[in-house]
Design a protein around this ligand. Structure first.
Ligand SMILES: CC(C)(COP(=O)(O)OP(=O)(O)OC[C@H]1O[C@@H](n2cnc3c(N)ncnc32)[C@H](O)[C@@H]1OP(=O)(O)O)[C@@H](O)C(=O)NCCC(=O)NCCS
Length: 328
């Protein structure tokens, strides 16, 4: 069976930098609290006229350029997002229009912060089964739009951004070596926007109670993340018949430095080999792993043949890990 992997990657973050000091002026928090509890120093917020599809489009253009393919060679667009432009229309369709592509199928994947991993998994299978040759996978978010700027428990954690990958056939033996994905379904308000969906459509009461914004039980999510990040990474490694020492780097979902530190201890893999940029961008949900990959590529930290793991976790609760041998 032919190997499938990432052929080109691009990312985009909005220009507007919001520091912890800026947030001190908005909610009862401090730079010191945010830095020591999370590792976050600043994040980007989209401009008023920028929506998730705009961020995703900019990342997509860069990914296509880097993949050195003709845009017409893309057969499918998959967008992983928790902050679609519209509730009913797939954001992938909006990006298709911006890219000037017509007729190709487009859909969104809803797996919260694990969305990029789930979308890559779907793309991998669809190329392996020869349904498509090149699939554009995008993780894009404008979490600033769903963060409650009156709730210090959540608003300090999130940021906006996008990443895109062109997925297709790569040199034999390179690309995606193994995938492990899973979920622990919950309906206890661990991590969700309570209202605005079919269960509780928005009304005066939900708006008054700010239930149209993201609510989170931080400690529950923390416990879950500390458990699944090491576990699912080891599962993917096991499937690839590899040990953690075979990896040159791990790209974890960028939620909290303490979660990454705990994972580093649990699997005995040095913290320096976990790529971390959450200090600059906060948690960008489905975009975070792709942005981290894009930055590492720019810095020359990934070379052809390097074994890396991408590991995500988040709302759902979902989790997943992909081990790959970098193909270019
Ligand atoms: C949110 C998180 C940083 C909170 O850290 P924590 O050490 O668990 O802190 P706690 O929730 O115990 O809160 C400690 C205190 O800080 C306060 N606090 C919460 N947010 C604060 C903020 N931004 N600034 C100042 N104080 C804050 C709390 O009100 C609480 O005060 P209290 O003791 O008087 O009640 C942490 O739980 C976390 O990162 N969880 C995972 C979140 C996540 O990654 N979500 C996305 C997953 S994809």
């Amino acid at each position: 069976m032919q190997s499938v992997g990432i052929k080109g990657l691009g990312y985009y973050v909005p220009e507007n930098i919001v520091t912890n000091f800026d947030l001190e002026k908005v909610v009862d928090t401090s730079d010191e609290w945010i830095r020591t509890r999370t590792g976050i120093e600043e994040r980007r917020f989209a401009a008023e006229d920028e929506a998730t599809s705009d961020l995703g489009y900019k990342a997509a253009i860069k990914a296509i350029e880097n993949a050195k393919i003709d845009i017409q060679e893309i057969g499918l667009i998959i967008v992983a997002t928790a902050t679609a432009d519209y509730l009913t229309q797939p954001t992938a369709c909006l990006i298709q229009k911006k890219l000037g592509l017509s007729k190709i199928p487009c859909f969104d994947v809803g797996a919260a912060c694990t969305g990029f991993i789930y979308a890559l998994t779907v793309a991998n299978s669809m190329i392996k089964t020869k349904l498509f040759k090149n699939i554009l996978v995008i993780g894009a978010e404008t979490l600033s739009r769903i963060a409650d700027m009156k709730d210090r428990n959540t608003c300090v954690l999130f940021g906006d951004g996008a990443a895109a990958a062109v997925v297709g056939n790569v040199e034999e033996g390179y690309g995606i070596l193994s995938v492990s994905i899973g979920a622990e379904g919950e309906d206890d308000m661990v991590l969700k926007i309570p209202a605005g969906g079919s269960k509780f459509p928005n009304n005066e009461r939900t708006i008054e109670n700010r239930e149209n914004f993201l609510k989170m039980n931080g400690q529950e999510v923390f416990k879950f993340a500390v458990k699944v990040l090491p576990k699912v990474t080891l599962e993917a490694l096991n499937q690839a018949e590899m040990k953690v020492d075979d990896l040159s780097m791990i790209f974890p979902h960028q939620a909290n430095l303490r979660i990454i530190e705990a994972a580093s201890k649990r699997i005995d893999f040095p913290l320096e080999k976990f790529y971390v940029n959450l200090n600059k961008y906060g948690n960008t949900s489905a975009a975070s792993i792709g942005i981290a990959l894009g930055e590492a590529l720019e810095k020359g930290l990934i070379k052809k043949g390097d074994n890396i793991a991408l590991t995500g976790f988040g709302g759902g609760l979902t989790y997943g890990s992909i081990v790959m041998k970098w193909a270019y």
